[in-house]
Write a protein that binds this ligand. Structure first.
Ligand SMILES: CC(=O)N[C@H](C=O)[C@@H](O)[C@H](O)[C@H](O)COP(=O)(O)O
Ligand SMILES: C=C(OP(=O)(O)O)C(=O)O
Length: 372
């Protein structure tokens, strides 16, 4: 089954399951291949990686910041990320491996150059992770490719999600899905806010809604399906105790298998179910009830702030700019910046604004950088 079969409505009785290998391969292509095989055996339809072009995704100072985490693969954040990034040749090897095993292969495009890279590889769809859900130039560019999109919505307000949908509409893009997501690793049950799946389904009845989960265990992701999620993405690992930020909230092969089996056995004709029926059906306890508690509005949750501060994108200068100059679109880039600039959503509002100071390439554009 292809993602497009779900999005086009051709398949109505299945859920598309993505094993997010992300950076859990520890920078080793052989480990990644083993993970692909395990994900296939566990019943996943797709394996996903994360593709970044480091200078396009991060500013120089964000790459140079010290990374002292126990999960660091280098002294600076840039060295850490470099260690985990695969080359084009390695991507081609992994893609060929997936073809042999008949499992879909894709990655999230973490910046515009990575988007071009993945489009060139001719992946079956492109994932836009939560860190880029408010990166409208990237979304616009992605929407103009002839490829389905899966867009995560962690660390974003409903206003931003409305704007994503509007951006897709303006591009005439119909083959895309939105993923409910909470960007906290691992996400506590009470923060999972699963009922936002129902809220998103009601608000965007023509858009397929999925779930990208970072919680521990598999029951909450099963509940997401019973609420109507048609795509499920979970981080995958060979061993949760390994070094790396995502292993702890990832599923090991047996758990992934348990999840895909449970999902495959659900009768989707009786979905969506009410939270009460879901709790009963899944023999849920307090944690499931907490994940299913009533939520009406989508906000940026306090538990998402560490991820937003570390990986959220903001507006920076794309080149050296002089005091008194009036900003044009091409003068701005949207990157992970340290310190952060104005929020990425303000990008278009800055066009024509006069600069109060000189700003160097890759430096953040702040409120105080602009003469109002
Ligand atoms: C928001 C986002 O990109 N989140 C990704 C997807 O869930 C994560 O896999 C991060 O890449 C990972 O947690 C970063 O960890 P570190 O900072 O140790 O490389
Ligand atoms: C960050 C990502 O995903 P999510 O926001 O769904 O966790 C990703 O796919 O790279």
């Amino acid at each position: 089954m292809l993602l497009n079969d779900i999005i086009s409505g051709k398949v109505v009785d299945s859920v598309y399951i993505i094993a997010e290998i992300g950076q859990n391969h520890q920078g080793c292509v052989e480990t990644a291949k083993k993970m692909i095989w395990e994900a296939k055996k566990a019943g996943c339809h797709c394996v996903k990686f994360q593709k970044s072009d480091l200078p396009a995704k991060f500013t120089r100072s964000a790459l140079d910041r010290e990374y002292t985490s126990d999960h660091a693969w280098g002294k600076t954040y840039g060295e850490h990320k470099e260690y985990l990034e695969f080359s084009k040749d390695q991507y081609l090897q992994l893609q060929a491996h997936c073809k042999e095993l008949n499992v879909d292969f894709t990655a999230s495009a973490m910046d515009e150059r990575s988007l071009e890279f993945l489009a060139d590889l001719n992946v079956p769809f492109i994932k836009i992770g939560s860190g880029d859900a408010n990166n409208f130039p990237l979304l616009k560019k992605a929407s103009n490719l002839n490829l389905p999109l899966v867009i995560s919505t962690g660390m974003q307000t409903m206003q931003t999600v409305d704007r994503i949908v509007q951006t897709m509409r303006e591009s005439g893009k119909e083959d895309y899905a939105l993923m409910h997501c909470v960007s906290s690793y691992p996400t506590d049950p009470e923060d999972c806010s699963l009922q936002l799946i129902s809220v998103l389904k009601r608000r965007f009845p023509n858009v397929d809604i999925g779930y990208s989960g970072h919680e521990l265990g598999v029951v909450i992701s099963q509940a997401a399906v019973l609420l109507g999620a048609r795509i499920v993405e979970r981080h995958f690992t060979l061993d949760k105790s390994q070094k790396g930020s995502d292993h702890r909230c990832s599923l090991e092969p047996q758990e992934l298998k348990a999840l895909t089996t449970a999902i495959t056995n659900f009768k989707l004709s009786s979905v969506p179910m009410s939270p009460e029926v879901i709790v009963q059906k899944l023999n849920g306890g307090e944690e499931l009830e907490a994940a299913l508690q009533h939520v009406e509005s989508k906000t940026i949750l306090p538990c998402e702030l560490p991820c937003r501060n570390k990986l959220g994108k903001s507006i920076v200068a794309a080149r050296n700019l002089n005091k008194g100059y009036r900003l044009q679109l091409a003068d701005m880039a949207i990157k992970v910046s340290e310190p952060t600039g104005l929020t990425a959503e303000d990008y278009l509002d800055l066009v024509g604004k006069e600069l109060a100071d000189n700003i160097g390439e890759d430096e953040p554009i702040l409120g105080s950088s602009i003469i109002n």
